[in-house]
Design a protein around this ligand. Structure first.
Ligand SMILES: [Zn+2]
Length: 795
């Protein structure tokens, strides 16, 4: 992990006396014109590799990206390159700092200005709010292609860096003088090669342009941009520890791609709902900058620009910057088939959420006529949108810094001036908890997102309970108090429908992010006066997670099924097992189909995946060696494994595969139910757990809650063969956080069942027990199912 002061070591104070900086001579860059070497000395990607970034059917490799940025940083005084660490699979993770060379020479000073603008407690008469605004720069974080099949960003970063390093026109110089750009060429370097190698290997075959048959991030796949408050992956931590936390950028330009049959690019404003703890200053500045970008693009002749569409402002798992002082300008450009062009006929264009791609409306004013759409067009759109962002942010430097200072003043002032409900003053967290490792993870998680955690200095009584002095306290009045509140409170997702009486309006992602329920930690909410507290505590360490009888032993032989139609839940399952140091073997289709599984395994896990995908696997243009799924031989092999004494664990949708293919006497009561009758797209739901059952012998969450995400729920058909381990609660104990429509359909239904079959068992989880590496509260149900009492010792 990087220290927060890593920048200090690398900054060279060479061209300007410190006194001049302190006297405010850096204002607006007037004193220091851009220093440039002749542009012909700069390397060009095309000279180095023989093709321009953004050429159809040409994807750069990560080594090419790395070598190009290294050469550029060596030649240009406007570019500093840093390696923040190694990815999960060992590739270098890069960031380029791009600005006027005079700004780059004093980066640490500008970081200090950011810090003092962000936190009014750090300001001094010498560094007053007004002086800091006068001197500071607009800091912009650019994150390219966290999603590796959204290949445009790999080349857009190259084009932007070249243009910023080379340009000597007035516009480029204004950008460089007024802004400091932190450009991350890819947030997932492993995926650049996983997708790129697959793409190059399939060129001129039927599979050209398809997704690779594996996750493009080793553990998370596409979920890698849903990791922003849990920080489970090193790539997330590099960006948070080295960029978000030291800099708290005013603006984040997050470059993505969407499907290919609607608008050509989405730019904020986002759709509703807005997470209630986001400061409205950031909502409106995001809206304003998004409209400025759209205005610039349309003026330049770009069409198909859509606003207020598809993407919402709910989950801090994606919208991290919006709860950390940064406007987030997500752009989503239309995709082709990776770098292979497609021809999109106008009549094939459809509706995006919030607009019709064939009609001119206020939020989609210039209709795209259809035609060729390739890598070239994707990179052009992404570059134009990013450049428009740079221009407007640089022009409005002062407004952005004033806004930024106001955010800091508000967070430390009296209760935020928005919303009707009174805010709590603090959250109290007792140090004695059923699961000490989960408590430690909760404190680490909060602190890692810049939340200040303290201890109480006197006993405090909340809701009739007394909390001892020395309990953890999170005050809401602190720089990131709103962020802490969003993670510690229960979400009330609004009831949104497509139209009155119509189906529910699908959230862009999930609807709950309540860490006390996910982690299984007891946390109390303090309304009224906060308890007296001491100083801010230093950051705790990431806990060493273990399960007695499983961690490090290899005593239980565990297989985890991995489909070539790679589901993210399989990656998260491996992540959790690796984190707990529990050995396992990955099973592919042929391994399962080969049979005699009982000779090699005690337990086999089917991670969350659609039943048809498990049964049929990949098809279409993929090579024969990857096709077919488990098929009939795989299903027979799993049935024989259980009959012979094995344990099969099926997570969430995979339960339906097990019910059908192993002919289990269990029924999914939600099968075929329409979303107008029942809907829960990622919520925390209360359950009653039979803690005497061997599967639940390690379960110890203070408020039993499971992660329900378009999940099944069970009725038992044959009680002689099926026991219920957990049942959904009723009434107010049912929906604990998020959104759930049609609650009565879930009341009293089974959430977790243990089915006896032959000498073995099938354990059906009607929820995601290891949701995105976060639901520590329900991991013990996995351990219990594998250990089945034998060796299951409470830690
Ligand atoms: Zn994306």
């Amino acid at each position: 992990m990087l220290t927060r002061s890593f920048l200090v070591r690398r900054v060279a104070h060479r061209s300007l006396p410190v006194a001049a900086v302190a006297a405010g001579l850096l204002a607006s860059g007037r004193v220091l014109p851009a220093q440039t070497r002749p542009a012909q000395h700069l390397p060009s990607f095309e000279q180095m590799y023989g093709f321009k970034p953004g050429t159809d059917r040409k994807l750069p490799s990560w080594k090419q990206v790395t070598d190009y940025f290294t050469a550029l940083a060596k030649a240009s005084p406007r570019v500093q390159l840093r390696t923040l660490g190694k990815t999960v699979l060992g590739r270098p993770f890069l960031v380029a700092f791009i600005s006027d060379s005079a700004n780059l020479a004093h980066l640490e000073r500008y970081r200090t200005i950011q810090r003092k603008l962000m936190d009014p407690r750090l300001r001094t008469p010498r560094d007053s709010r007004e002086q800091l605004i006068e001197q500071g720069k607009n800091v912009i974080l650019v994150t390219c292609s966290i999603h590796s099949t959204e290949v445009g960003g790999w080349s857009t970063g190259l084009v932007l860096a070249d243009r910023l390093a080379r340009g000597n026109d007035a516009e480029t110089r204004m950008i460089l003088q007024n802004t400091i750009i932190l450009l991350v060429p890819s947030q997932n370097p492993d995926g650049v090669d996983i997708v790129g190698d697959w793409y190059r290997s399939t060129l001129d075959t039927p599979a050209e342009g398809t997704s690779p048959p594996e996750l493009y991030h080793h553990y998370t796949g596409h979920d890698n941009n849903r990791d922003w408050y849990a920080f489970t992956q090193p790539e997330t931590r590099y960006v948070v520890d080295s960029l978000y936390t030291p800099w708290d950028p005013q603006i984040v330009n997050d470059i993505h791609q969407q499907g290919g049959n609607a608008g050509r690019i989405f730019i904020p404003p986002y759709m509703d709902p807005v997470e209630p703890n986001i400061d409205p200053i950031l909502t409106s500045s995001t809206n304003a900058l998004g409209m400025q970008m759209s205005w610039s693009m349309i003026q330049q002749g770009f069409t198909g620009v859509a606003n207020n569409a598809s993407y919402d402002m709910w989950s801090p798992a994606r919208q991290y910057s919006l709860v950390h002082r940064g406007a987030r300008l997500l752009t989503e450009t239309a995709s082709a088939r990776l770098a292979t062009p497609v021809n999109v006929e106008f009549d094939r264009l459809g509706t995006g959420r919030g607009y019709d791609a064939r009609e001119a409306t206020w939020n989609h004013p210039a209709v795209w006529a259809g035609g060729k759409w390739g890598y070239e067009e994707i990179v052009k759109y992404q570059t134009a949108a990013s450049w428009a962002l740079f221009v407007h942010a640089a022009r409005d430097r002062r407004a952005w810094l004033e806004s930024y200072a106001a955010l800091g003043d508000r967070a430390l002032g009296d209760m935020p001036p928005w919303g009707r409900d009174p805010w709590p003053s603090a959250f109290l967290i007792p140090k004695t908890q059923a699961n000490p490792a989960s408590l430690q993870r909760l404190i680490w998680t909060l602190q890692h997102g810049q939340v200040e955690v303290r201890e109480s200095t006197a006993p405090a009584t909340v809701g009739g309970r007394t909390f001892a002095a020395g309990s953890y306290v999170v005050l809401v009045k602190q720089p990131f108090g709103g962020y802490a509140k969003s993670l510690l409170e229960r979400q009330k997702y609004p009831n949104l429908f497509e139209y009155p009486g119509g189906p529910p309006k699908r959230p862009y992602d999930v609807t709950a992010h309540t860490l006390p329920l996910l982690f299984g930690v007891d946390v109390a909410t303090v309304m009224g006066a906060p308890p007296p507290t001491g100083a801010v505590l230093p950051e705790v360490s990431w806990p060493a997670f273990t399960v007695a009888g499983l961690s490090g032993t290899g005593v239980k032989r565990i297989g985890i099924y991995q489909s070539y139609n790679a589901p993210m839940d399989e990656g998260w399952t491996r992540y959790v097992f690796d984190t707990y140091r529990i050995p396992f073997t990955t099973l592919h289709d042929k391994d399962v189909r080969a049979g005699n599984l009982i000779a090699k395994y005690d337990a086999i896990i089917l991670p969350d995946q659609n039943a048809n995908q498990i049964a049929r696997g990949l098809g279409g243009p993929y090579p024969d060696s990857l096709k077919g799924g488990l098929g009939a031989p795989g299903a027979a092999a799993l049935a024989a494994f259980v009959e012979a004494g094995g344990t099969l664990l099926a997570f969430n949708d995979a339960s339906e595969y097990a019910i059908e293919n192993l002919e289990l006497p269990v029924r999914n009561v939600l099968q075929g139910v329409r979303n107008t009758d029942f809907y829960a797209p990622g919520s925390l739901v209360g359950v009653q757990v039979d803690r005497a059952h061997p599967v639940a012998s390690l379960f110890n969450a203070p408020v039993p809650a499971v992660w329900f995400e378009d999940s099944p729920a069970f009725d038992v058909v044959d009680p002689n063969k099926v026991t219920v381990v957990a049942r959904y609660a009723e009434g107010s104990a049912q929906l604990l956080s998020g959104w759930l429509l049609g609650a009565q359909r879930l009341s009293g239904k089974a959430a977790l069942v243990d089915v006896t079959k032959g000498k073995g068992h099938v354990v059906l989880f009607g929820f995601r027990p290891q949701y995105r590496g976060q639901s520590e509260a329900t991991y013990p149900l996995i351990w219990g199912a594998i250990l089945r009492g034998a060796g299951a010792v409470r830690p």
